[in-house]
Design a protein around this ligand. Structure first.
Ligand SMILES: NCc1[nH]cc(CCC(=O)O)c1CC(=O)O
Length: 306
């Protein structure tokens, strides 16, 4: 079977993980590298280039055309609405969901000097960082993980924010500070690899053996809770859910203003039974608390920045 993947180091590492898991089950695969719009314009902020799903849409198209059998994605980059004929056949057991801070000199977030410059293009990370340390300066930093680390080393920033899962997958053992999800609530589905196939295909059957039930439920709740306020992947929205025991989930979700001075937040424990219904209720709560207005304002302000 043919595995389609983007060509970035992170995407290739993720594809390798899935290839290994399938090989262990006796499934032979070959690899096809697909270039996406998000990969082509790496010098501009992602929200200017292609919008939601830039990394995913082209692989979807190639699958629908029959060019690839299996696609591997960072699940957090997948749009919520999916083509009907495609199936998310496996949600792989989650790696670290957390963000990390990587600094030039090993400083922790609390130790950075006033007005230190931190690089990130994520509006969520910017807002959460400013909420925690309003004195810091946040500068844009676009590019894949390699590029971002290179720009840090070149001295343009005192520190940068990254997903820990990305570093883990690249096997980079860097001295980072893991940020507490309480203050740095991750993006929905951060740290999770998803496998996509055609619905009803042999590939779907084979890859579904890789599915992790708990991660599937956690990631589903994360999506459902923020769907009613969602302004695309560019809005300052965090959503993180995890099992705290066999029957309960802790749900953390929030919307922030771009400058981090305003927030709307959900912090609840729900039963795993009927999780969809509970998650939908929390999503409505987020709207009632004013989450939608916050997202709309942020999207408006972003439009003016561009
Ligand atoms: N936005 C790009 C992206 N998509 C997935 C990851 C990392 C791996 C993951 O979260 O699963 C990253 C890099 C980052 O956010 O630093």
């Amino acid at each position: 079977m043919i595995i389609g993947t983007r060509g970035s180091d992170l995407a290739l590492a993720q594809a390798t993980t899935i290839e290994r898991m399938l090989a262990e089950r006796g499934v032979k695969t070959s690899r096809k590298i697909i270039k996406t719009t998000g990969d082509t314009f790496t010098d501009r902020p992602l929200h200017e280039v292609a919008g939601v799903g830039a990394f995913v849409r082209e692989l979807d198209d190639r699958m629908l055309e029959g060019d690839v059998d299996i696609a591997v994605h960072s699940m957090k980059d997948m749009p919520t609405v999916r083509p009907e004929r495609l199936s998310t056949s496996a949600v792989i057991k989650r790696d670290s969901p957390c963000d990390v801070l990587l600094t030039i000199d090993g400083s922790k977030l609390e130790e950075l000097p006033e007005n230190a410059i931190i690089g990130t293009t994520s509006m969520r990370r910017r807002a959460q960082l400013l909420r925690y340390r309003p004195d810091l300066e946040v500068h844009d930093l676009r590019g894949n993980i390699n590029t971002r680390i290179r720009k840090l080393e070149e001295g343009q920033y005192d520190g940068i924010l990254l997903a820990e899962a990305g570093l883990q997958r690249m096997n980079w053992d860097l001295d980072v500070q893991r940020l507490d999800p309480k203050h740095f609530c991750p993006s929905a589905n951060q740290g999770t690899i998803a496998v996509v196939t055609l619905a009803g295909s042999e590939a779907e059957k084979v890859t579904s053996a890789l599915d992790d039930r708990r991660t599937r439920i956690e990631t589903a709740v994360e999506r459902i809770v923020v769907t009613p306020v969602e302004g695309g992947c560019t809005a300052p929205v965090g959503s993180f859910t995890h099992f705290i025991n066999d029957s309960e989930l802790h749900v953390l979700a929030e919307v922030l203003s771009l400058d981090g001075t305003e927030q709307v937040r959900i912090d609840e424990v729900i039963p795993a039974e009927n999780y969809e219904e509970h998650a939908r209720k929390l999503g409505m709560e987020l709207v009632e608390l004013g989450g939608k207005e916050l997202v709309q304002r942020a999207v408006c302000q972003l439009g003016k920045r561009v």
